[in-house]
Design a protein around this ligand. Structure first.
Ligand SMILES: [Zn+2]
Length: 512
């Protein structure tokens, strides 16, 4: 306390004021309350929150509080690690701003032209590919998209990645890009990669059964012929949409949270915005503007299972922010290991993969339920296998051991082998999540599965309607913000660390 706290307190005060204004501006733009976001003046006004001096302050706090090997982590180290991670991200963002703007301008203007003369704006290409039922037409459009990406977008993406590696390795946190990420995230990339390799092996036999079944059923194609474009078309199938009506969505979701014994709007902190207005985004999103007091949950209900899933996902985030303890310092409410908030979002969206929940809150009857659940098991296994492959590939992309010219072939080999759908080399620097976000998602997948298992033990298989479960979730999970790493949190509440074992058990339940 006292003098030593001054730099930490200054970083907190400035950081929170800055993020509140930025978030309010993003919310206003994305919810259609104003045209475009005026971020530049906010960045100007709050320069001291993220400038070089702030970075140096956080780095000094971080280095000065590094524990000796085996010693416990102090609160100061925990806090400074989160602050430094965030300041590194904004530093990188600043250094890459010009390259980002060039890329955004390209994406807004680029047009995909197929050999037969069809034209498609680049930004709509993925949606059109997913909606094209004829395989030959779909492949032609995707080939044209890939050729355009290869010629124009991939070189820009590569330049940005190279620049990012340069900026990060010069910051003096650790000697390499990967070591810097590990120091700030508190997670070992190598260990997670080994888990991903094991997951791919352990689920290979299951995938070899599921994948040909859905390729034949949904696409009428042979396994040897399918590409990533076909996967997009396969996922688009609207077969069950009628059982997920738009008009019932918000009502049923609120009913479930109420039955779980907690407030569906965190006692007025979560503001549902379902009104139609020009400029409002089609997909649901959650925008915390003051944590925990003002959290916007913005949606435009259009129905279908993916819409329900998105609402549940964003509601998981919103209830996390809206139920955080107000006395937590800034960094534990606004920053931290995003595997935690993504894990809560997934704990909620995975109810769309839970037979009891589906039977109670959707229109699916006894007749359709097994087939829907089975298809969810296929989707789940595909996503986790794809993310495992992405993580494995990204450790090479960021590891520096493979040349830039050899990476595209490695990308195709890794992603194609894991999923069975052929990828394009053109996407090797495009289909990459910023700053290892794939690792956050993978650990969130593990965390939601451990939590689901633990909730089943405590409150039974239908914990989501047990009035004791909601208060427990608020008190033991949401209230803590993101103070802990996902693994620490899992050990505290479930008595075991993160692993893929409960993820596999969950998929086995779905495919029966
Ligand atoms: Zn999310």
């Amino acid at each position: 306390m006292g003098r030593d706290d001054a730099p930490l307190d200054a970083l907190r005060r400035r950081g929170e004021a800055f993020l509140e204004e930025v978030s309010a501006e993003y919310h206003a733009a994305h919810a259609g309350h104003k045209e475009g976001a005026a971020l530049q003046p906010i960045y100007e006004k709050h320069r001291a929150a993220y400038d070089d001096e702030a970075f140096a302050m956080a780095l000094e706090l971080f280095k000065g509080s590094t524990p000796a090997a085996g010693a416990p982590v102090s609160e100061e180290h925990r806090s400074s690690r989160l602050l430094l991670d965030w300041l590194l991200e904004s530093r990188v963002g600043r250094e890459l701003a010009a390259l980002d703007e060039r890329e955004i301008a390209w994406e807004g203007a680029a047009v995909v032209r197929t050999s037969d003369g069809a034209e498609e704006p680049y930004q709509r290409a993925a949606i059109t590919i997913a909606n094209t039922r004829d395989a030959a037409t779909r492949h032609a459009l995707d080939a044209a998209r890939a050729a355009l990406v290869q010629a124009e977008l991939a070189p820009m993406k590569q330049e940005k990645l190279e620049r990012e590696h340069e900026v990060v390795s010069k910051l003096g946190i650790a000697s390499t890009y990967n070591a810097t990420w590990e120091a700030l995230a508190g997670v070992s990339v190598a260990a997670l990669r080994a888990e991903c390799e094991a997951f791919l092996r352990d689920t290979q036999a299951m995938w070899d059964e599921l994948m040909p079944f859905y390729v034949k059923k949904g696409l009428g194609m042979a396994v040897a012929d399918v590409t990533r474009a076909d996967l997009l078309a396969l996922m688009r199938a609207p077969e069950f949409d009628a059982y997920f009506p738009a008009e019932a969505m918000e009502r049923e979701v609120r009913r479930q949270v109420t039955e779980m014994g907690t407030s569906p709007d965190a006692n007025g902190h979560v503001l549902y915005d379902t009104a139609d207005r020009p400029g409002k985004r089609a997909r649901a999103f959650c925008a915390p503007v003051r944590i925990p007091d003002v959290v916007h949950l913005v949606l435009r209900p259009h129905g279908g299972s993916s819409d329900y899933m998105t609402l549940m996902h964003e509601l998981g985030h919103a209830l996390h922010f809206g139920n955080m303890r107000r006395d937590l310092p800034f960094e534990f409410r606004w920053l931290g290991d995003n595997s935690v908030t993504e894990g809560y979002a997934m704990l909620f969206d995975h109810r769309l993969k839970d037979a009891g929940w589906l039977a109670r809150y959707t229109g699916l009857g006894k007749k359709e339920l097994p087939a829907f659940l089975h298809s969810q098991g296929f989707e789940e296994l595909h996503f986790v296998r794809r993310y495992c492959a992405k993580l494995i590939y990204e450790t090479e992309l960021h590891g520096g051991g493979v040349s830039w010219s050899a990476l595209p072939d490695l990308f195709v080999e890794t992603l194609t082998n894991a999923t069975g759908f052929r990828y394009h080399a053109a996407d090797a620097f495009v289909d990459v999540d910023p700053r290892y976000y794939a690792a956050r998602y993978l650990r969130a997948w593990q965390m939601q599965a451990v939590l689901d298992e633990s909730l089943r033990e405590r409150f039974d298989a239908d914990w989501w309607r047990n009035p004791k479960a909601g208060p427990w979730i608020v008190g033991e999970l949401f209230g803590w913000g993101q103070r802990e790493l996902a693994d620490e949190q899992s050990r505290r509440v479930a008595g075991k660390g993160l692993s893929f074992a409960p993820v596999i058990a969950g998929i086995e339940r779905m495919i029966g």
